[in-house]
Write a protein that binds this ligand. Sequence first.
Ligand code: ATP
Length: 606
Amino acid sequence: MLSKLSDPFKHDKIPIQPISPQSKRVKAKPKKFSAVIKRIWIYLSYSKVMLILVLLMVIISSAMALLGPFLVGMAIDKYLVSREEMFFLWLLAALGGIYIVHSLSLWLQNYWMIGVAQETVYTMRADLFEQIQKLPIPFFDKRQLGELMSRVTNDIENVSSTLNSSIIQIFSSVLTLAGTILVMLSLSPLLTLLTLLIVPLMFYGMKWITKRTSVLFKEQQRNLGELNGFIEETISGQKIVKTFSQEQKVIAEFIEKGERLKTSGFWAQTYSGFIPKLMNMLNNLSFAIIACVGGILALNGTVSIGMIVIFTEYSRQFTRPLNDLANQFNTLLSAIAGAERVFDIIDAEDELKQEKNKRRMEKVKGDVEFQNVSFSYKGYKNTLNQINLRALPGETVAFVGPTGAGKTTIINLLSRFYEVNEGAILIDGVIIADINKESLRAHMGFVLQDSFLFQGTVHENIRYGKLDATDEEVMDAAKHANAHSFIMKLPKQYDTELKYNGSGISQGQKQLLSIARAFLAQPSILILDEATSSIDTVTELKIQEALQQLMVGRTCFVIAHRLNTIQNADKIFVLHNGEIIEKGNHESLLKKKGFYYQLHGQKQLR
Ligand SMILES: Nc1ncnc2c1ncn2[C@@H]1O[C@H](COP(=O)(O)OP(=O)(O)OP(=O)(O)O)[C@@H](O)[C@H]1O
């Protein structure tokens, strides 16, 4: 029936596939709820004391809610029927007390639950962020930044709002439900059985609906992640979008993704919206049955009027928590979908776990050797084939070759961002796969083309190279890197706040800061990816001079684009299609009159 419902958001311009329940796009099967709930429970248990207090308040408020109608019924029988005024007054006073305690316990459970929810979400977010820091580079190859961001923000937020609103509701509903059934059974087993008639109907109705909504909620979260990824990408790439006048294309793509999110949201909400409607219907049915049968029993004189009032009140109390549970189910399903996406990342294999027992290198001389190294990115054909090379301590090794030849990949393998498929890389005679990654990278310094600068002061950004460096050391590094003079001209010198990725300073200045970082780190092995972007001659000279200084006494691997780097290099490896096709120094390679000679002649080293 539902598949026939028309999609109210149908867009005339861009045809999109509606995410109807029959859609083939809904592939994700919900994992076991119990496993996800168990995980959330572990997080909840970090705030045990507060949670116990919440539970205590839930028990009190549920008991008060149960006691209320009972006293009302008694009051009716005692006053309306027997006219026992004194007892009636006592009952009224007790009723007043019950409602005050009820309200207070409701307020307190809410107060403590907010604390539990905030603590839980804080820990979950911290775990997720920490895990993201430990994930290996190949993990990020497969994912969009915005999609990951969506997990840290939206999905976690989803869990938070559910904890705030649903947990108490679920606890108290279950308690009230159990208490009500018990009291009802003790009052009239027949009427209780009549009330319980609707339970199997509720159960099957809910099962049918939730089977569909859980898949749809997951689809909605995934679409939200995709949309966020797209937004992040287009905002970061605004210059390119504008340069190529792609605004309309980007807007159209956004609309398409937005439509997809809207449609999946629509179906998820529509399906889950049936839950309260179904509950309401069954609720009314139950009420009608009780009223009819109870009325007949009262007319026969089998039960008192007070008893009927108590009972109809309880029957309402019985269906109300069921109703509440059904309403909360929506939120709960959406939160479970979010939590599942968060746990997917938390459970991803982190690179540091396997590294724990590996050997740490205290000192590195810088003797680096590649032995028959072959490598392919996952799912691609070989990028590097049988690479053999050696750099002795203090030597400068340069890589040249056309674009896509595999120069960056060699560096990626040396830093263990990726692992070799065949062969081995050795540092000072030790295979690097056996060295703890952290300790390996601690001996490496990187000056990359697109050296990233973080939001923070100039000082903080340089100190990234050595977190415990003193102010003097930072300034000293900046002086060696020829960065000091431009820093002093900044509005607040070393305390100047840099904008996102250093967007407030020039490309050349960014490079000088990254050289300063490397100076501070004092690595034994230096990895240098020379910038190809054109920089003004004065800054270019400063960069050259700083790099010359930085390279002294270290083993350097350079992806070279500049002639003077090449001329000074001890060894040059010419790469083509993932293979070393020529090696030697500048003079010997020129003499050979091979590929290097051609590149050099074209004044183009890549
Ligand atoms: N993460 C990745 N996943 C799949 N393939 C990749 C990945 N990174 C690089 N490649 C591919 O590996 C090959 C070598 O790339 P690499 O970046 O090492 O070349 P390069 O010589 O440094 O090129 P350039 O001079 O343009 O930077 C290319 O074909 C590239 O498309």
